[in-house]
Design a protein around this ligand. Structure first.
Ligand code: SF4
Length: 361
């Protein structure tokens, strides 16, 4: 393999194989990798526009049967002193706070509750829409959808259709971590497997739902497995029906494992800023058919987020009003609307407020 040949292939938006991606990741001088990714960024999103959004993360419950080793957020039904299900009154307060900040979208996520079937989520979405009919629900993720389908004894398709009918607007690409069953068997053995994650996303794309894709790296995976993950995402995107939005964006971040069971079995891997920026760049290069790459500032900090805008990223994601999952495992960054826009300007770009589906606000 030859670096120049791979740069040319990448700039022509020819899909690179996992081996080619791993070769580039390991051998390309970072400056060349960043430059190649940034050229591709401008070909996907011309001009200096950098998108951002205002949404609010709300967790509907922390009860979960999955027991992922990297998760300090979840608990079991029997842990009465720790477990919760968010109440109507709490939703009303949180939605009012979101509205006061100019946002109209909720990122609604939580655990795989053993007793909450499709009816619970239909009622929840209907209730949220009755509190605020204009609120947009970017909710659940493939593991939750697969879990709800399983305990409700209905198909993935029916689950998604009923959730959309109840108010689901877009489907986040949560719970992917690394799409490899070797890894999932170790870090999240009770979570729906790789095939299920992909099946839910393919079904969502067939229905025309706008989704995102994610990756959590920096734990027990190899570089090759990261690249195979990217190829899987690209192939799902390529198979979406003509005109379907599919994955609107890709978001990757380093695993936060402070105080988790994963930290006990996995030597802590300090992801350097350069490694994160290389992941941003290689994602832009590998994902030839996904328009937006997020800078993922929440776990790496605002400054590295700004640098990512020069390494292939074109989106800063949301300001952070509330987050309980990665913050319970070590992430501690926060950013408001003014700071977000200031940071984008400071990095040399124009802030552009967007909706979850990347439409203008
Ligand atoms: S990461 Fe999600 S699925 Fe895994 S244990 Fe935590 S809440 Fe459950």
């Amino acid at each position: 393999m030859n670096l120049n040949t791979l740069y040319t292939k990448a700039l022509n938006k020819e899909p690179l194989s996992a081996d080619e991606g791993a070769f580039l990741y390991r051998n390309a001088p970072p400056a060349e990798l960043f430059e190649t990714a940034q050229k591709l960024r401008y070909s996907h999103v011309p001009g200096k526009r950098v998108s951002w959004q205002i949404d609010r993360n709300i967790n509907y419950t922390n009860v979960c049967i999955s027991g992922c080793l990297f998760c300090n957020f979840h608990c079991t039904v029997s842990q009465k002193e720790k477990s919760y299900t968010t109440s109507t009154e709490e939703y009303k307060v949180k939605i009012a706070e979101l509205r006061a900040l100019g946002g109209d979208q909720i990122l609604l996520q939580g655990g795989l509750h053993p007793n909450y079937d499709i009816t619970f989520y239909e009622n929840l979405f209907t209730e949220l829409k009755s509190i605020d009919p204009e609120i947009k629900l970017n909710a659940l993720g493939p593991p939750e959808v697969a879990h709800i389908a399983r305990i409700s004894r209905i198909s993935i398709e029916e689950t998604l259709e009923r959730l959309v009918k109840a108010g689901l607007t877009t489907l986040p690409g949560a719970g992917a971590e690394i799409l490899s069953d070797r890894i999932r068997k170790i870090i999240s053995p009770a979570k729906p497997n790789t095939a299920k994650w992909c099946e839910v996303m393919r079904a969502a794309h067939k229905m025309g739902l706008s989704t995102t894709a994610t990756m959590v790296y920096g734990h027990i995976e190899t570089i090759e497995e990261r690249m195979e993950h990217l190829v899987t995402i690209r192939e799902i995107q390529a198979d979406r029906p003509a005109g379907a939005p599919g994955f609107r964006a890709f978001i990757s971040w380093p695993m936060q494992m402070e105080g988790t069971k994963l930290a006990e079995i996995c030597a802590k891997r300090d992801i350097t800023p350069v490694e994160h920026l290389k992941m941003i760049a290689i994602s832009r290069i590998m994902l030839t058919n996904i328009p937006h790459i997020q800078a993922s500032w929440l776990t790496v900090g605002e400054t590295i987020g700004q640098m990512a805008l020069h390494c292939g990223a074109d989106d800063m994601g949301s300001i952070m009003i509330e987050e309980n999952v990665v913050s319970s495992a070590g992430a501690s960054f926060r950013m408001g609307s003014e700071e977000m826009q200031r940071r984008i300007h400071e990095a040399g770009f124009e802030p552009w407020l967007r909706g979850q589906d990347y439409s203008p606000r």
